[in-house]
Design a binder for this molecule. Sequence first.
Ligand SMILES: CC(C)(COP(=O)(O)OP(=O)(O)OC[C@H]1O[C@@H](n2cnc3c(N)ncnc32)[C@H](O)[C@@H]1OP(=O)(O)O)[C@@H](O)C(=O)NCCC(=O)NCCS
Length: 195
Amino acid sequence: MENNNKEPQSIIFIVGDLVNLRLLKESDLYTLLSLVNNPKIREISLKRKPITEATEKKWLEKNIIGRDDEIHLGIIVPDKDDIIGIICLYDINQIHGTAYLGIIINPSFQGKGYGPKSVNMIINYAFTHLNLRKINWSTYASNKHSIICAQKCGFIEEAKIKDQYQVGNNLIDEVILSIFRKDFLINNNLKEIVL
Ligand SMILES: CC(C)(COP(=O)(O)OP(=O)(O)OC[C@H]1O[C@@H](n2cnc3c(N)ncnc32)[C@H](O)[C@@H]1OP(=O)(O)O)[C@@H](O)C(=O)NCCC(=O)NCCS
């Protein structure tokens, strides 16, 4: 069907019940810019300096074209086009079958279950379509919401990297959680392909 609006159509990539994951597009620039510079998000982010429009534009252009080692998708609620957050697989390594998962939900939409739904959708995709074997999740030990969200989706704490981050006067451990495809398939009553 022809799209006569100036605004490019949204391309839904993964359909869920509570949220859909869609491709990013140029018009997401200002939503993303305000998300990554949001003071509440900066508190749990590794980035400290302002992320400028020009930097974010370059980042967005790169990710719209697509990259081998990263996949970024916008999180939307059905029948709405504005993204309420962003989810990604990064450091995708096809040789070892691993990747890291990152997610940011706009603070006004947190605590409503959108995070775990989006995480389950992308790990299902990673294990059943990208043939990854293991997904890692790295977070500040102080970021309880992040740890709860990961655990709700079956991630298990694997390691603590001592005093890895400095926030104000505090040194904070990095926590790494992970989920293996075999456990995800068992938890979801799915069968492993035997070649
Ligand atoms: C971590 C995050 C993705 C979780 O997504 P979410 O949609 O908020 O997930 P949930 O709704 O299941 O909330 C997870 C838990 O944190 C609590 N929570 C999350 N945000 C909250 C908020 N703003 N206020 C109060 N409680 C909150 C929820 O109550 C829930 O705990 P519960 O199940 O025991 O009630 C989201 O909070 C977020 O984007 N945080 C900032 C970025 C971040 O930390 N990313 C993860 C690092 S990779």
